[in-house]
Write a protein of this length. Structure first.
Length: 193
């Protein structure tokens, strides 16, 4: 089973991923773990911008929007990521997982969302910054993630039709959100029990 979690900034995805990892006994791939795995496969430098959720760079993005010249670049990064993860049973946060692993029959894809002001307050608290700075961080991060996802997948980031579950984790809280995802995974993938 692979659970992929896309998220708006401030929705608690890291904590929810940790809770799911414990509940389901699945490995949680953090950003650093993915970089380390890519390095061990001799692909570290090649996947750095991908793992960091940056769409290569703005110049390539601008060119690709006009000429579709970077399809090979996009496919290369996605294939490298598939190779790094392989067929592991795991949880992956971000990194276009819902699209990259769409061919896996054991995929459960999730999108976490929440009210903007609530996410700003959560981010300000988590990062010990003022709300003005948190507001800018949440806005910028959401914009970057949207552009990154759209660049690598051609899909609309956060569109319900591209995920198994869309959950307002800010209303539910981390524990209840993890419980819902785990229950869904057990229901649609009974072998995961």
């Amino acid at each position: 089973m692979i659970i992929t979690i896309a998220r708006q900034c401030g929705c608690g995805a890291a904590r929810i991923g940790e809770l799911l990892s414990k509940k389901l006994g699945l490995e949680l791939f953090t950003r650093q773990m993915l970089i380390d795995m890519a390095m061990s496969h001799g692909m570290g430098d090649a996947v750095q911008s991908f793992v960091d959720e940056h769409p290569v760079d703005d110049i390539i993005m601008a060119i690709s929007d006009q000429f579709e010249a970077s399809d090979e670049v996009k496919q290369r990064f996605c294939e490298l990521f598939r190779n790094v993860i392989g067929n592991r049973n795991c949880i992956v946060i971000g990194r276009c997982g819902n699209s990259i692993f769409a061919n896996r029959a054991d995929l459960v894809s999730v999108f976490l969302k929440g009210d903007f002001d609530t996410r700003v307050r959560a981010t300000a608290s988590a990062k010990s910054i003022n709300e003005s700075r948190a507001r800018q961080l949440v806005s910028d991060t959401d914009e970057r993630r949207m552009r990154y996802h759209n660049y690598y997948t051609g899909l609309t980031w956060g569109a319900a039709s591209d995920y198994d579950l869309c959950i307002d984790s800010m209303r539910l809280g981390n524990e209840a959100t993890a419980d819902i995802i785990a229950a869904y995974a057990h229901k649609v993938l009974p072998a995961a029990e």
